[in-house]
Design a protein around this ligand. Sequence first.
Ligand SMILES: O=P(O)(O)O[C@H]1O[C@H](CO)[C@@H](O)[C@H]1O
Ligand SMILES: O=c1cc[nH]c(=O)[nH]1
Length: 287
Amino acid sequence: MPIKDSELILNPDGSIYHLNLKPDHIAHTIIFVGDPDRVPLITKHFDVIEFETQKREFKTQTGRYKGKRLSVISTGIGCDNIDIVLNELDALVNIDLKTKTIKQDHTALNIIRIGTSGTLQKKIPVDAFLLNTHAIEFSGLFHSYISNKISNLDIEKAFVAHTKWHSEKANPVVVNSSKRLEKQFESDRTFKGMTGTANGFYGPQGRFLRLQLQDDGLNDKMASFEYEGLQVTNLEMETAAIYGLSKLLGHHAISLSAIIANRALATFSKDPEAAMEKLICYTLEKL
Ligand SMILES: O=P(O)(O)O[C@H]1O[C@H](CO)[C@@H](O)[C@H]1O
Ligand SMILES: O=c1cc[nH]c(=O)[nH]1
């Protein structure tokens, strides 16, 4: 049975709805960034750019770096965008867009996020590199899918108990990175730990400007949480959705962050652009 036109939406030129891409426009190793302006900061290191397009916040450039075909895609901010990006990228490789039927042979993508993040741990300095082995999702995205196979119930239960998680918030879901990509991208330059993937930058990350927070001790409780040596190291807004949807769809994902804020020390990087450029060079070297 073909997938219905209202579910798998194509543009008049046959490209997929939001990303504006056709299957041959993308490489099978894809770098995700949040900011569309970060895409050329990565592809300026490429030997050649063979394709580019942009629709809304989703900018894609595909080319070659040291002979290897790579795509770089901006996802914008947040897990709702990751739901779009991962479902549409998966459709490009695992659904025949002409017949709208699922292909017999599955293609697994390698997805590497290069992002910015704030750490909760005093010991992690600004401008450090952080690799997330785990991510805890707070937005409730996974509750829309059958996702119990990818969650880590014991860590989730311990986290809910430790933080006294408010019962009206979505139950947090803990998901893992790709072990293979973790090995490829880790080094003595990378801190490691679990990111909290927040569904906002201000209140959901414990930032207080004018609005009262539901739990102004939450960041401290997250920072002091520990499960068999695993700590919540940082907060950002996409990684858990990338890890969880990649696992559900059969892709491999890793997330690397340049730490631009230390929330425990209330400090911010003096030169976030330089920190990002260093992380981009580090990631490309490891590819
Ligand atoms: O630097 P990027 O990739 O955008 O990532 C981080 O920065 C944004 C918030 O400023 C969020 O998207 C967060 O995850
Ligand atoms: O504190 C921070 C820094 C970057 N991105 C976030 O989401 N939070």
